[in-house]
Design a protein around this ligand. Structure first.
Ligand code: ADP
Ligand code: C5P
Ligand code: MG
Length: 219
């Protein structure tokens, strides 16, 4: 009886250990798409419905820009206004710190939506250097949306966002950066079968219905 019990327990142990180690390791979904594709909006909806923590690289950079005593404030502002991608050394540290603080405060919070990252080759290399083996990238949620729709949404957002890059001049540059630097990253993940593409030009509810299907399928 006891022997049989011990035997069954020892059979289950590797699975339990595996489950625990997966639980401890951050599980990451990268969220990509053009400026104004609806990444932030959809991430907020996901957080309301699923156990994910939303980390927006853009939000973290804007926060760092405004932090008194930050040595990077001016650099970040220049990059944001020009629609350029901030050197990854800055961004990866902000992301890593935010992930660590989240997990330290609540060990059950190990699922992350990392929004607006990796946006170029430098971002991807930085992630691989700093986070490789420390987090699992499950898949990429790609909000696919035409440039004109993206620009219109950002101009509309610009009426109240107070963002220094929601204007036509910055937006032209942001779209160029997206096409030249971010699309190739999405293509790289596509080749690995890791991209889940959603038509983001539809209403928030329609887009979210697809998001839900994907998240439920992925588990
Ligand atoms: P991103 O984070 O990708 O830049 P946001 O989620 O901030 O995009 O959305 C950009 C703007 O477009 C916001 O003003 C938001 O309210 C609006 N928006 C987001 N999704 C949709 C949608 N599906 N249809 C219409 N407007 C949207
Ligand atoms: O994602 P979001 O639209 O908030 O990003 C705003 C700006 O923040 C980008 O256009 C870019 O200048 C900067 N950014 C960055 N690196 C990232 C994400 C955002 O430099 N990974
Ligand atoms: Mg956003």
């Amino acid at each position: 009886m006891i022997v049989a019990l011990l035997h069954r327990l020892s059979e289950k142990l590797p699975r339990v250990v595996h489950r625990l180690s997966v639980m401890m390791k951050p599980q990451v979904v990268f969220v990509l798409g053009g400026p104004g594709a609806g990444k932030g909006t959809q991430c907020a909806r996901i957080v309301e419905n699923y156990s994910y923590t939303h980390l927006s690289a853009g939000d973290l950079l804007r926060e760092e820009r405004s932090r008194s005593g930050s040595e990077f404030g001016q650099l970040i502002e220049t990059y944001i206004k020009e629609g350029k991608i901030v050197p990854v050394e800055i961004t990866i540290n902000l992301l890593k710190k935010a992930m660590e603080e989240t997990m330290k405060a609540d060990e059950k919070k190990f699922r992350f939506l990392i929004d607006g990252f990796p946006r170029n080759q430098d971002n991807l290399q930085g992630w691989n250097t700093v986070m490789d083996g420390k987090a699992d990238v499950k898949f990429v949620l790609f909000f696919d949306c035409g440039n004109e729709v993206c620009i219109d949404r950002c101009l509309e957002r610009g009426k109240s966002s107070g963002r220094t890059d929601d204007n036509r001049e910055s937006l032209e540059k942001r779209i160029q950066t997206y096409l030249q630097s971010t699309r190739p990253i999405i293509e790289q993940y596509e080749k690995q079968g890791k991209v889940r593409t959603i038509d983001a030009s539809r209403s928030v509810d329609e887009v979210f219905a697809d998001v839900k299907n994907i998240l439920e399928k992925e588990g």
